[in-house]
Design a protein around this ligand. Structure first.
Ligand SMILES: Nc1ncnc2c1ncn2[C@@H]1O[C@H](COP(=O)(O)OP(=O)(O)OP(=O)(O)O)[C@@H](O)[C@H]1O
Length: 346
């Protein structure tokens, strides 16, 4: 659907030269919700603007449905661009125009007949839940309602892809949630592919299928949200995951365990990650029932990723070394990820 091949973007020259993107490779499948997360200055805005060629890449290819966007003559490019909708952090609405006119604008520019515009805009306002606001002006709306207008406007030309540039960053948590639900509806009911850039991991957790982490103009890690959340590899990714899935053992518990293990070289502490169906299995009680081993839950968090439960527990197994070995072998047969925690190194 959308393929970015070795995209570089350089701004300025000589002393003012900034290499904002340093060889970005991404593939977004049809109907996917793909999130790109990074800190401020990582290159997110540049990246998303390169997709619809608001910003021309210095080198590299932007392929949409196998069409190389940069090779298109201007007339064809204008046509292809209509298949890419975009929404913005600050909504970018025309304050002097009504909600209806704002949504109608891309269709008016496109020279569509009045009747068609009327029908389409009313459908879109109903889709985003703002039928009763058609005659109002943007300043009479809340932030969430403004973003709904932004979404309706972006959908006016029936795009295949929707680009979301920090679309929820200006909104409070509840409104963020309702906009994310609307974006899910856009994908589920209209089959539109969505590319989101954000610095908020909760946005990735709540609606993305795949995630890429961008740092210093480079994608440092990417994969399915489930995989990246369960086994983040790079430090920056671990820090992002930690913002919503705190896997740090609290200092007081660390001190307690260290004292307890002071005279022992045995390591009976494990981090267990449950995802999907495994999160519903009574694993811990099964261990306690089947082996002469006590299970002590030291710390844990459970969250949901796209409706799938996802748990991260630190457990301590107490018992004879041979029994613990057997219990551990049993745990490893389950659909969970188990890692030893070296308390002396934490
Ligand atoms: N028009 C421009 N001219 C010169 N440098 C630019 C321009 N736009 C962006 N940059 C630089 O490119 C780098 C990436 O910026 P970009 O805005 O893409 O990052 P970002 O991840 O979107 O950050 P933010 O969330 O703060 O907007 C930064 O160093 C920025 O200063």
């Amino acid at each position: 659907m959308l393929v970015l091949k070795d995209i570089h973007k350089v701004y300025g020259k000589d002393k003012k030269r900034v290499e904002a993107l340093k060889g970005i490779n991404l593939e977004v499948g049809k109907g996917e919700i793909f999130g790109v997360i990074g800190f401020s200055g990582a290159g997110k805005s540049t990246l998303i603007r390169c997709v619809n060629l608001l910003e021309r890449p210095t080198s590299g290819q932007v392929l949409i449905n196998n069409v190389d966007m940069q090779k298109l003559p201007p007339r064809h490019l204008r046509k292809e661009r209509k298949k890419i909708g975009m929404i913005f952090q600050q909504f970018n609405l025309l304050n002097a125009k009504t909600v209806f006119k704002n949504v109608a604008m891309p269709l008016i520019i496109d020279g569509r007949p009045k009747q068609e515009i009327e029908k389409k805009v009313n459908e879109l306002l109903s889709f985003v839940g703002l039928s009763d606001k058609a005659k109002q002006y943007p300043e009479q709306l809340s932030g969430g309602q403004k973003q709904r207008v932004g979404i309706a406007r972006a959908l006016a030309t029936d795009p295949h892809i929707l680009l979301c540039d920090e679309a929820t960053s200006a909104l409070d948590p509840d409104t963020t949630q309702s906009i994310l639900e609307l974006l899910k509806k856009v994908r589920n009911e209209l089959g539109i592919t969505i590319l989101i850039i954000t610095h908020e991991m909760n946005v990735i957790r709540d609606i993305c299928d795949k995630v890429a982490v961008i740092d210093g103009g480079v994608i440092v890690e990417q994969g399915s949200v489930l995989d990246v959340f369960s086994e983040p590899k790079k430090e920056i990714t671990k820090n992002f995951v930690r913002t919503i899935l705190n896997d740090e053992i609290p200092p007081t518990i660390k001190t307690f365990i260290k004292t307890k293990h002071q005279h022992s070289d045995s390591h009976y502490m494990y981090r267990v990650l449950f995802k999907g169906a495994s999160a519903n299995n009574p694993l811990l009680s099964n261990i306690a029932k089947q082996f002469p081993v006590d299970v002590n839950v030291i710390h844990g968090t459970i969250t949901e990723l796209q409706g799938i439960p996802f748990g991260n527990l630190i457990i301590e197994l107490q018992g004879k070394p041979e029994d613990i070995k057997q219990a551990l072998a049993f745990i490893k047969q389950q659909e969970v990820i188990v890692k030893e925690v070296d308390i002396h190194a934490t």
